[in-house]
Design a protein around this ligand. Sequence first.
Ligand SMILES: [Zn+2]
Length: 200
Amino acid sequence: MSPLTHLVGSWLVAVATTDNPRDRKLVTLAGVLPDADGLGAAADVVGSFISGKECTFYYYQTYHHLLLHGWPAAVAVSALLTIFGKQKWRVLFLCLLTYHLHLLCDLIGSRGPDAGDLWPICYSEPLFRHPIWFWKHQWKLDGWQNQTIFIILFATAIRLAVKKGHSFVEVISSHLDSIFVGVLQNWCSKFRKPAGLTQT
Ligand SMILES: [Zn+2]
């Protein structure tokens, strides 16, 4: 699934299972960080631009879904994030949970454009080659299933943000989050205002 779907979904899990902003951000991050192994695409594009050669996406193809989409990275990243947590055992468990939720979502919904373009989860990479998991019914990355899931998650997250005063943007910046939530709450208050009270 897309990084944005992982972000919103992980944040919803974190909201439901943590009781402070720091732990909430850490648990959300754990659900997003697996896709950091796709950042090789940026190096590919920059390298191609500098060299003038055709972009082959070598680093992206070589490392995406291999470096950070297995249990070794899940354990390492979750342990690292737990260092910064308040309720450490809880954070460790929840980070492992959102990390694996990411892997599960990729297993069911990350297929390429062609029917045979399945994307596996190599669960022990980069330490061991096996096991390698496929799901033959894996749906397309931009398929209607992923789009429907995203719309539901996003709508739920927006509703919660208005109600609770924070959103998934807090993972990027608390300042940006307060602006984002402020705009949302402003919109909502206008929609909720009875028509008879509107000034003319
Ligand atoms: Zn992923």
